[in-house]
Design a binder for this molecule. Sequence first.
Ligand SMILES: [Fe+2]
Length: 237
Amino acid sequence: MTSDRLYFRQLLSGRDFARHDQVAAQMVNFVYLIGDLQTRECVVVDPAYAVDDILNIVEQDSMKLTGVLATHYHPDHVGGQMMGMKIQGVADLLEKTQVPIHINKHETKWVSRTTGLNENDLVQHEGGDKVKVGDLSITFVHTPGHTPGSQCFLVEQRLVAGDTLFLDGCGRTDLPGGNPGDLYASLQTLASLPRETIVCPGHQYSALPSANLGDVVSTNHVFRPSSQQQWLEWFGH
Ligand SMILES: [Fe+2]
């Protein structure tokens, strides 16, 4: 696909949607809209906090939502109970529009538990699977560690990284299902992608909203350990 057909929007919670939501503003989550400008189809990555706002943006852009891609089960990405509050997410979105929810198969029970959705509402994927959006092809990369079925999405030299990799740092491994050894392997997988890949993280934890992988690998301390053993000594629990 020629890149002038690519529709790619990065939306910051508390700024671009869920504007008056203190939690959304504090959590600085990124939601992504990815699609084909010619066929006007798009998917949303990790819709949470204010489903109507996100759907309105899709509509204002004259796009049609054809699916949800979920990076992992945490409620700031798919909705559910967080810090005693109900966060909107994929279950609320499904009430407005019937679209498939694409997850990694290792995340199924976790997503089901967080969102209250039935496993039949979820399309389970393996790493390496591809989903077509119009003429666009999105590749799923299984990156366990932050959670068992964390996944990243590769599309047109962009890596939508969820909570696996931030521009500075990486996802924590001390929450249920986290595994530091797995995260080390996943970060190595991501580091082996082409250096010009643009890393699009799940949160704005740095001044920049995105950066190329070459810069991230050379500046992010999570790539400094030279072996898994050293990694576990520095970052393991
Ligand atoms: Fe997370």
